[in-house]
Design a protein around this ligand. Structure first.
Ligand SMILES: Cc1cc2nc3c(=O)[nH]c(=O)nc-3n(C[C@H](O)[C@H](O)[C@H](O)COP(=O)(O)O)c2cc1C
Length: 377
């Protein structure tokens, strides 16, 4: 994934419509983060409006929801939403579903409901989600349910895809608090130790280079790029490239999907440079390891990931996944085995790798409204 921008074109910011266009932000794309509006009476809709804020690969939001009876919801995969090049078995998609289910659980608990989850009620397809039911959730009022303190961080959580402050180390005490919670099915591990961080950094940079220079994996990202506020509002998903600099370059005709796809272009080169700067800025790293790589392992990894991302938010830390080295396409075999030697020498599957540090405040990422994701019973 790249974010492209270049210093060129800034002189174009002038008066009149240009300046207006340049400073415009997406208007509707981040609406689903405003949770202050009336709480839906139906607990399922309340849980789902929080759950759609879960982190998910390339912000594909590959989910759909079917309300069933009075107290259940089927969480379905949308077969139109896949990443066949970088996620050929829908492993990363499934991790995203895990985060969604975990936030739904927290939102239900906040109103005193327990969720019973049946994963893959119609069976598991290891090769792909194929538009099937990922999980069925049933909601029951239960006086014994405890609220989860991490729930407060749901609207504040971000994937902070910016360079971090390298002058500010993440102390080993803070890192230990961040990763303290460990489920037997999804272990959360981390390091701020300089030699290990340096090895992770080289791995992340090498893997990013491969993904960015392999035409079909790069094009998969480019196709998902939304350039400028109007595109982001029209399709509030994918890789959103917004902000004044992008608007200037877009108006100047210097950035669009065609230029971003072309390795000879300025936009592509600038994008790769920004990618190196961002992904290379690693004060500390964390990763999640599961015993195997079943669908249940992947869901567990997603639940663990969103929990650690929410805990980071409460601790004032920024996080950003760097998944390239964990992907299954053939060109990535070298970094994939290096990642496993480095991060899971005792065995297991590394499901997530993320950089951790102190970063700037960033706006929330786009989301489709919940209504757009409901399918008839
Ligand atoms: C399984 C998984 C893998 C991800 N890998 C990357 C990645 O390699 N690079 C990246 O910038 N973001 C990655 N992300 C973060 C998503 O891009 C991010 O969650 C999405 O854009 C929505 O933004 P938000 O988390 O700020 O709401 C990943 C997220 C998940 C769940």
């Amino acid at each position: 994934m790249i974010i492209a921008v270049s210093g060129a074109g800034l002189a174009l910011v002038g008066a009149g419509t240009g300046a207006y266009q340049v400073t415009r932000q997406p208007r509707t794309a981040t609406g689903p983060w405003s949770l202050a509006s009336a709480t839906p009476e139906d607990i399922r809709l309340d849980a789902l409006r929080h759950a759609i804020l879960a982190p998910n690969p390339h912000n594909l939001q590959p989910w759909r929801f079917r309300l069933e009876g009075d107290d259940s919801v089927a969480i379905l995969h949308d077969p139109q939403r896949r990443l066949p090049e970088t996620d050929p078995f829908d492993r990363q998609l499934t991790i995203g579903f895990g985060g969604l289910i975990e936030i739904a659980r927290m939102a239900a608990a906040a109103r005193g409901y327990r969720i019973e989850t049946v994963e893959f009620p119609d069976g598991v397809a290891e090769n792909g989600l194929n538009g099937g039911v990922v999980a069925r959730l049933s909601f029951t009022l239960d006086a014994g349910v405890a609220a989860d303190p991490l729930f407060n961080a749901v609207p504040l959580r971000r994937s902070t895809k910016e360079p971090y402050d390298l002058a500010r180390a993440v102390s080993s005490e803070l890192l230990a608090r961040l990763i303290e919670e460990d489920a037997p099915t999804a272990r959360v591990l981390g390091t701020a130790e300089p030699a290990r961080v340096a090895a992770v950094r080289q791995l992340v940079l090498d893997a990013g280079e491969i993904e960015g220079r392999t035409a079909r994996t790069h094009l998969e990202s480019v196709r998902l790029m939304r350039v400028g506020h109007a595109e982001i509002d029209a399709s509030p998903d994918g890789i959103d490239l917004g902000g004044p600099m992008i608007e200037v370059l877009r108006l100047a005709g210097q950035i669009d999907r065609t230029s971003l796809a072309d390795p000879a272009s300025q936009a592509y080169k600038a994008g790769m440079e920004i990618q190196r700067e961002t992904y290379g800025s690693i004060p500390a790293a964390l990763w999640i390891v599961t015993p195997g790589d079943t669908r249940l392992d992947q869901l567990a990894a997603g639940r663990a990931y969103v929990r650690v991302n929410l805990r980071a938010t409460l601790l004032g830390l920024a996080m950003h996944p760097a998944s390239q080295s964990l992907q299954e396409f053939p060109e990535m075999r070298g970094p994939f085995s290096r990642a496993h030697q480095l991060l899971a020498p005792g065995g297991g599957r590394v499901q997530m790798l993320a950089r951790v540090g102190y970063g700037p405040q960033v706006p929330p990422s786009p989301r489709w409204p919940l209504q757009a994701k409901l399918v008839p019973a």
